[in-house]
Design a protein. Sequence first.
Length: 162
Amino acid sequence: MPDDAGTAARRELLHQVREMFTAFRLFKGELPSQHAAVPPGTLMVLASIDQMTPGSDAGCHLKDLAVRCSLDPSTVSRSVAALVRSGLVDRAADPVDGRASVLALSAHGRRTLDEIYGWIDDRLAVAMQGWALDDIAVFTALMQRFSSDLTLKTLNPLEAAR
């Protein structure tokens, strides 16, 4: 017999996750038009390049970026190409293996991402103005745990990035 309380709690969680996706979609739709320089659907890839190369000009490889994003390399390649065309990402020959290339934020990409992060932070500050810092920390930790557990329980979490 199924755990009725557990089932009800998980269904409510699913409902809240759908509500969060809706909120994120609306939130992203409000990005100021001056950030139209970031091609649609590429912000996660741009932010991932930044996270993979914090404070360095070392860059990252496309294959590693695909794994990080859990996306097929061809999908990431198209996003990177759009980011390079937009001047947000630099692609250079890998100094160790000249056959490969490394990706890094350009100066324009750094400024643009910093502006977007600032805009997001301003909106989150308004939306969460009644939240205590401890509540934000607990919520962040629980979201991280949920994402990690869900990813680990996925049959092939990185299969898409092969």
